[in-house]
Design a protein around this ligand. Structure first.
Ligand SMILES: *Cc1c(COP(=O)(O)O)cnc(C)c1O
Length: 380
């Protein structure tokens, strides 16, 4: 049997156990009585004077978890990024550097401000931005670098922060996929000038839709707080008197109530992701592929267990995904380089990213998945 034939059996074996069960989704939230109770309470009682109670509570729980000074709940990570970039004064004609291999939500807010995303290549082992490539791409127009911790894998923050320091360019963290990831004792999202998170239904912690903006910087916090309140500053005493044009990216109290329940279970939610990853890693250890790395000194939140088949191995991701589909299993393609999209300039020189996606897929991962296939016999 070829090595890739072997790989296919490992994955498809999930379906043996699955036949009488529902579809295996690539992610599914973990919602318990706790979240249901809080959401119901918010729906029944969380109005009038109490209309922000769960929001403040959620922000405080998140702040404490991340060990940051400030947190502002938002309707999405995209909105959090948009406000943060605006708070840095990013404007038409400016440039913001980020990895080519990414989801478009990390790049789109740059374009909302009329600025240009500059896509640089990723590292072959972490699939995150290559700091050297980022430094080479700096021009007088560069106003920020966004470090996106892809699939839970951590960017090389020391190198990026050093580049930022030397060139006086802020480093932003898009930590939407990195809840549970820790870089030498610091949680993802807590190291840059600001960090952003997503609580979309596919993320480790969910509120349905939602996000969080975090920072330790007093001035940036004040700016984003004002932006997030339709431009009304905290110090403004006149009612309905915006001091500037702001944004409307707020989270509702009902969503925040679900978030509070999820925060009380955060260690369990992260442990679930790590448990599922460990299962895959254990069963794939003899296969010619790499998975999400966890270098010394770091903890990976493993939002998405991902396989990248070694170069030169016969592997066709479309065939594998088709086979999954036939067995009612969701698979997800690895992110395409954004520069392949028609809206952006092609950058085939980002050869690491252009060489990764065809050899890679994300595997299903959600809380109750483990119980489902933990006992399955892998025929590899
Ligand atoms: C999910 C995700 C986003 C978008 O989050 P929304 O809450 O849907 O706006 C942004 N960046 C990354 C890295 C993501 O994974």
């Amino acid at each position: 049997m070829s090595q890739t034939g072997c790989l296919r059996i490992c994955l498809l074996n999930l379906s043996g156990l699955q036949k009488k069960m529902d579809k295996i989704y690539y992610t599914k939230p973990s919602i318990t009585e706790l979240e249901i109770r809080y959401a119901a309470d918010a729906a029944v009682n969380g109005w009038g004077e109490k209309c922000y109670d769960y929001i403040y509570r959620f922000e405080n729980l998140f702040k404490k978890h991340l060990d940051v000074k400030y947190a502002i709940a938002t309707s999405s990570c995209t909105g959090a990024l948009h406000m943060g970039l605006a708070a840095l004064g990013i404007d038409a004609g400016d440039e913001v550097i980020l990895a080519d291999t990414n989801w478009i939500a990390s790049a789109a807010p740059i374009t909302y401000l009329g600025a240009k995303p500059v896509f640089v290549d990723v590292l072959p082992d972490t699939w995150c931005i290559d700091p050297q490539k980022a430094e080479v791409a700096i021009t007088p127009k560069t106003k920020a670098i966004i470090a996106v911790h892809l699939y839970g894998n951590l960017c090389e923050m020391d190198a990026l922060l050093d580049i930022g320091h030397r060139h006086s360019i802020p480093i932003i963290e898009d930590a939407a996929e990195a809840i549970g990831s820790i870089y030498h004792g610091k949680r993802a999202g807590s190291m840059g000038v600001f960090g952003t998170f997503s609580f979309h239904g596919t993320k480790t912690l969910t509120t349905g839709e939602g996000g969080m903006f975090v920072t330790n910087d007093d001035a940036i916090y004040e700016k984003v707080l004002t932006f997030s309140n339709h431009g009304r500053s905290r110090s403004q005493t006149k009612q309905f008197w915006p001091d500037m044009i702001g944004f409307k990216y707020k989270m509702s109290n009902i969503q925040a109530a679900i978030g509070c329940g999820q925060m009380e279970r955060i260690d369990d939610l992260i442990a679930g992701k790590r448990r599922i990853f460990a299962y895959y890693a254990e069963h794939f250890r003899n296969l010619p592929l790499k998975m999400n790395p966890e270098p010394v000194g770091m903890t990976n939140g493993y939002w998405m267990p991902t396989i990248v088949v070694d170069e030169g191995m016969p592997f066709n991701r479309e065939n594998l995904l088709t086979a999954f589909k036939a067995d009612n299993i969701d698979g997800r393609v690895f992110f395409w380089p954004l520069s392949m999209l028609s809206m952006f300039e092609a950058k085939p020189e980002n050869f690491v990213g252009y060489g990764l996606y065809e050899r890679a897929i994300n595997l299903p991962t959600y809380h109750d998945l483990c119980g489902m296939f933990w006992d399955s016999k892998v025929m590899c």
